[in-house]
Design a protein around this ligand. Structure first.
Ligand SMILES: *Cc1c(COP(=O)(O)O)cnc(C)c1O
Length: 223
């Protein structure tokens, strides 16, 4: 199936309130352009350098989402254009994003990454850590970031009951933290669900799915 057909199939399954992030990591700009020419504008990358290079070659009305683990010393390279940073997992990183956003006179939207998987390899904070950050005075001082939601990655498993429990856990955190509305915090986005589990994630309350291989085909990391 073609990229166009895959995109159309997936979009036909998504409820209106769910945003699709087309995850283009490792894929060439020619593939992104095919998706772009169907009208799609929201793309996700997991490496800052790769996102910067692609953004320079592609139309500037693309909304670039950073979905991967973010190293603090690389925030500066994407601060001028990144639309949403999904994987914020500590306060020091948030402070750095704020600092770089200020240099560009921007407010950068961020999601706090909550660890829901039962795997050491996945990053994230607890819901309690998130609450402590959002209620701190250091956080309220940050005027160039806005926390607009939460993100999580479920375990790599076929066990539906486990996936459902992990998604429900994240959704519960989202619902409870939603009440903490301040100037730089207003939770409305819940980023969860990938190629293998997005329908389940949506059933559990996701408002943003990050889908790569089901659109662009399997990735080859060796090239
Ligand atoms: C690669 C990636 C995805 C997309 O994975 P697929 O299984 O190809 O849909 C989603 N989220 C994150 C954080 C990723 O790194």
């Amino acid at each position: 199936m073609s990229i166009e057909q895959n995109l159309n199939n997936i979009k036909s399954q998504l409820p209106e309130q769910v945003t699709l992030v087309a995850v283009s990591k490792t894929k060439p700009v020619s593939d992104i352009l095919v998706a772009y020419n169907t009208g799609h504008r929201v793309f996700g990358e997991n490496k800052i350098q790769e996102m910067v290079e692609k953004s320079q070659e592609l139309p500037n009305d693309i909304e670039w989402h950073m979905i991967g683990h973010v190293q603090r010393n690389k925030v500066k390279y994407m601060a001028s254009f990144v639309k949403l940073i999904h994987g914020v997992n500590n306060f020091k990183l948030l402070k750095e994003i704020n600092k770089q956003a200020l240099k560009h006179d921007r407010v950068i939207n961020c999601l706090l990454q909550i660890k829901i998987a039962d795997e050491d390899s996945k990053f994230g904070m607890t819901a309690n850590d998130a609450q402590n950050i959002l209620q701190s005075s250091e956080f309220s001082d940050l005027q160039n970031i806005k926390i607009i939601g939460l993100m999580g990655m479920a375990s790599f498993t076929d066990d539906e009951a486990q996936l459902k429990a992990e998604f429900n856990h994240l959704h519960n955190a989202f619902v409870s933290l939603k009440s903490l509305k301040t100037k730089n915090c207003h939770l409305k986005t819940l980023s969860m669900g990938m190629s293998g589990d997005y329908l389940l994630a949506i059933a559990c309350g996701s408002t943003m799915v990050r889908i790569g291989s089901s659109i662009f085909g399997t990735r080859n990391y060796s090239i």
